[in-house]
Each structure stands twice: as C-alpha cells, then as structure tokens.
Design a protein around this ligand. Structure first.
Ligand SMILES: [Fe+2]
Length: 272
C-alpha cells in the first residue's frame, strides 16, 4: 500500500498568485498529475491542510475540481489558512466529513488506518489539540490497537529550528505526545504548515512535515528576522507499507529531471 501526502497548496481564486508570486493552482495540478502517473500509483491521498490561502468558498471552488482529478480517494483536514465551515461545506459529500464540530475521523478501509486530526484554532496561526479533541483521539486509537496507523494533521507537534514557524506549531504537544506514546500502533504522523520535508523522532513514533507542491518556507535556521519563501523544486511525500507492516517515508519530486537511466548493461555488468 502507498499513501501520498499533499499539503499546503494555498489555492487562490480568480487566477490570483499567492503572495503575488506563486501560481498555486498550477502547482497543485502538477502534483495531482504526478501522483496519477506514478507506477505503482498511490492507493490513497491525505491532504493535511492549507488547501486554500484565505479559506473562502470561491477558493475551495477552485481547489476541489483539481483534487477531484486524483485517480484515487483523498481525505482532507483543515489548516490555519482554511476555514472549517467553508471546507466542510465544500466537501459535504465526502462521507468521512463530520457534519459539525471538529474535522476528526478515522478511515478503516485500508491496510493502514488513517486518522485525520483537526488542529485548527479559529483565526489563529498556531494549532492546538483541546481536551475534546484529545479525548476523541485517545478513544479512537483504543479501538484498533494492533492495526498500523498513520495520523495526519496540519500543525506539527515539534520544534523545527525555523523560528518564525515554530511559535505557530501545535501548542499542547506534550499532552498529545502522552497519548500517542501510549498507542504503539501509530507508526507515523504526517503534518504540514512548514512547507518543507522535516522529520523527528517524537513520542515513540516518527513525526514528519511534508513539502508543499507550490512554495517552500525558506530554510533559515538563524534568528530569521525576515520570514520568506522560495520556489525550490516541488515534491510530495509518499509512505510505503512494506511486507512487515512497517511504514516507510519517501519524497517524490514533481517535474522532469532526466532518467531513469539504467545502471547495468544487458549482460548484467555495471555500465562503465
Ligand atoms: Fe501553509
């Protein structure tokens, strides 16, 4: 089984460029085409938030048809740039979408259990798992203690070293970590928000951040007085379930880079 992660495309409406620079709809379209063309194709896609830039219905009206081009099912949770109500309305026909409250759910249809978490605090850039959401998660994870589980959520629960983003991470991550650590079946947590590929051993599992298919937060590990973005080669994360029921994370770059070229001659010798 292969799970792909799309995160942080920040779709604008009316053909506007994000930050007057980034054609985010084109970036998301390229990502969707890339995933559809992969061999083997991912079985499912999780979208970990910031689907839109301002959370308006007209932005979702642009984003939704692009995601609908995916050849496989996809599941969305909100990020801080989304608006929970507008997202819910725009994906009301998605069977997993709760009709009210937080957008938390578990998908039971695959060899890997997919648990989507809503970390959004309305009108704030940072995230939080409040008591209600923590209780929901603990109950959810108790239901399937032995099935490989992948959680996905927007705000990372760890510090990255990119300071202007770190103050906006998932704030009560210590309590969340206590719950995750008790449930050993959680093999991986896929996050967004920082627009870069980042990984950390956290709470007995691996927490990672996925890159955006559009723009990257600049890799600045200094005091970072001037938050900025770059247009690095876009990529997306792929998670592979191997025969030992272990999840393994990869990055897949979106674009034409040459190759694949063979290592070996027809007779099996290494090309000299
Ligand atoms: Fe974002």
């Amino acid at each position: 089984m292969i799970i792909a992660q799309i995160t942080d495309p920040h779709i604008r409406a009316g053909g506007r460029l994000a930050y007057r620079k980034v054609d985010t709809a084109a970036g998301l379209k390229a990502c969707v085409a890339h995933l559809n063309a992969l061999k083997p194709m991912p079985d499912v896609v999780v979208m970990s938030g910031d689907l839109t830039d301002f959370g308006t219905l007209d932005e979702y009206a642009v984003a939704r048809p692009i995601l609908d081009e995916l050849s496989m099912p996809y599941f969305v949770v909100p990020g801080n740039h989304d608006e929970r109500g507008a997202m819910r309305q725009s994906f009301a026909d998605h069977g997993y979408m709760p009709p009210s409250g937080f957008v938390n759910y578990a998908i039971e249809d695959y060899s890997v259990r997919l648990v989507g978490l809503d970390t959004v605090v309305a009108d704030k850039p940072y995230g939080e798992m409040c008591r209600e959401r923590l209780e929901w998660l603990d109950t959810c994870l108790r239901q399937e203690p032995d099935k490989p589980t992948l959680m996905f959520m927007h705000h990372p629960p760890f510090i990255t070293g990119i300071r202007h983003m770190d103050w906006q991470n998932c704030r009560n991550n210590d309590v969340l970590g206590d719950i995750v650590a008790r449930h050993k079946q959680v093999q991986m947590i896929l996050c967004g928000h920082v627009h870069r590929a980042i990984e950390k051993s956290w709470a007995g599992t691996i927490a990672s951040i996925g890159p955006s298919p559009c723009h990257a937060v600049a890799l600045d590990l200094s005091e970072c007085k001037n938050p900025a973005f770059t247009l690095e080669p876009p990529s997306c994360r792929l998670v592979y379930l191997n025969d030992d029921n272990c999840l393994i994370g990869h990055l897949s770059y979106i674009g034409e880079f040459g190759g694949p070229y063979p290592f070996f001659n027809a007779d099996g010798t290494l090309i000299d």
